[in-house]
Design a binder for this molecule. Sequence first.
Ligand SMILES: *[C@@H]1O[C@H](CO)[C@@H](O)[C@H](O)[C@H]1NC(C)=O
Ligand SMILES: *[C@@H]1O[C@H](CO)[C@@H](O)[C@H](O)[C@H]1NC(C)=O
Length: 189
Amino acid sequence: MATLRMLWMELVLLGILGVLQTQAQVSVQPDFQQDKFLGRWFSAGLASNSSWFREKKSMLSMCKSVVTPTADGGLNLTSTFLRKNQCETRTMLLQPTGNPGSYSYLSPHWGSTHAVSVVETNYKEYALLFSQGTKGPGQDFHMATLYSRTQTPRAELKEKFADFCKAHGFTENDIVFLPQNDKCLKEQE
Ligand SMILES: *[C@@H]1O[C@H](CO)[C@@H](O)[C@H](O)[C@H]1NC(C)=O
Ligand SMILES: *[C@@H]1O[C@H](CO)[C@@H](O)[C@H](O)[C@H]1NC(C)=O
């Protein structure tokens, strides 16, 4: 089951960053400015209705993601996270969809496709993302993510995220605020 676990880990990391747009149900930050979205984010909150997530959510911790632009106009999302007591780094490349703030992610290993959208952001403090499987394994996977520029988001921001999750059909039980894990968050880069 180690491989399945890695698929979910990928999806979680993906969620960490954004959202998606299949049937245009998901809105995107108006006038999205990708250059202001770049840089370092911390995944402070997650919500998902997958059973894997429900089982594992108490074991997940905050991870750090560095977002840089790619040549094709998409994003390079490089995340550092704790796994088996070691810090691991994984890069995911999000392709542009032509709609600013909406990206698609093709898992090279699984062949599944996911839509990722930045639903709302003020760039300097937080971003709310929504991700959804569109093809292949994990197709019924829906995830909302709170990205924070700091490791300690304000209480108002957590409330905002909880409201956002409920508006996207998640229950209180599906939401988790991730604890800091000093081991992999320490270095400043
Ligand atoms: C998660 O929610 C979506 C939207 O309501 C649904 O289509 C999907 O089947 C759900 N997935 C699971 C694993 O419950
Ligand atoms: C993505 O970013 C990481 C870290 O900055 C870098 O090592 C990697 O080469 C980049 N990959 C691509 C395809 O841009």
